[in-house]
Design a protein around this ligand. Structure first.
Ligand SMILES: O=C(CO)[C@H](O)[C@H](O)COP(=O)(O)O
Length: 262
């Protein structure tokens, strides 16, 4: 299996591998969703199986719950866990304040609930997710299916008064039918291009009837671990203002690569 990882997968893997260093015995850990978070779940599974790490996971999607089960990470509900030590998740965009856009994979609602119920949130990403200003990635907004077209019109109307460049919203599709979230809702993707005031936008969006949650994560993320295709990582901690650079050892013959298919 040596040399099978593409540079982008290697970047995601090393970010995940570095982030799981934060996980200690006995912790309750929020498990994010997406291709980067999947590496983190696999890393944790290996630590549970090989090193006897004792943790409890709370999954942010059914996809992640299935993967956790497959790799041996014990899962409980958030209500059983009540509060978490740490959540590790991917992101679609992060800015220099570590504010995020999430929800590209459609799991933003559970992701935000779980991250907010955690002492610390660590984002794992490759450099392509870094932006000066949020908004190039379409902002996902979860809405209830009832009256979604009215909600969409209200959302677009509300955007006129906000500091954004684009104002179009599109219903996320899954082939010929609307994409349905784990909670049975729809997603509107807002093509804003530039979000001048993410805090204001987030507050205003969540006041519109029919909107369940939006994909802006403001003041939730504490640390970003940025992986690179050469195996190096950068660890930025917003609370203590530190930036560290490290090299991660990647042994592609690990069980991680040969045992577990997605
Ligand atoms: O928010 C998310 C899912 O709702 C993901 O974390 C985000 O889309 C990043 O995914 P990936 O690691 O596959 O790029």
């Amino acid at each position: 299996m040596s040399g099978t990882l593409s540079p982008i997968d290697k970047a995601k893997f090393v970010a995940a591998k570095r982030a799981v260093d934060y996980v200690e015995d006995g912790m309750k850990v929020g498990l994010g969703t997406g291709s980067t978070a999947a590496w983190m779940v696999k890393c944790l599974g290996e630590m549970v199986r090989q090193d006897g790490l004792k943790i409890t996971g709370v999954a942010t999607s059914t996809r992640t719950a299935e993967l956790a089960q497959k790799v041996g990470v014990p899962i409980v509900t958030l209500d059983e866990a009540k509060w978490l030590d740490l959540t590790i998740d991917g992101a679609d965009e992060y800015d220099h304040n570590l504010n995020l856009i999430k929800g590209g994979g459609g799991a933003l609602l559970m992701e935000k609930i779980v991250a907010t119920a955690s002492d610390q949130m660590i984002v794992i990403a490759d450099l392509s997710k870094q932006v000066e200003t949020l908004g190039s990635f379409p902002l996902p907004v979860e809405v209830i299916p009832f009256g979604w077209q009215t909600t969409k019109a209200l959302v677009e109307e509300t955007l006129v008064n906000l500091d954004v460049l684009g104002r179009d919203a599109s219903l996320r599709m899954n082939g010929a039918t609307p994409f349905i979230t784990d909670e049975g809702n729809y997603i509107l993707d807002l093509h804003l291009r530039r979000i001048g005031n993410p805090r204001q936008l987030s507050l205003v969006m969540n006041q519109i009837p029919g909107v369940v949650e939006n994909g802006l994560f403001i003041d939730i993320c504490d640390v970003v671990v940025i992986g690179n295709g050469d195996g190096s990582v950068e660890v930025r901690d917003i609370n203590n203002g530190t930036v560290a650079h490290e090299q991660i050892d990647v042994v592609e013959t690990d069980n991680l690569f040969v045992d577990i298919a997605d």
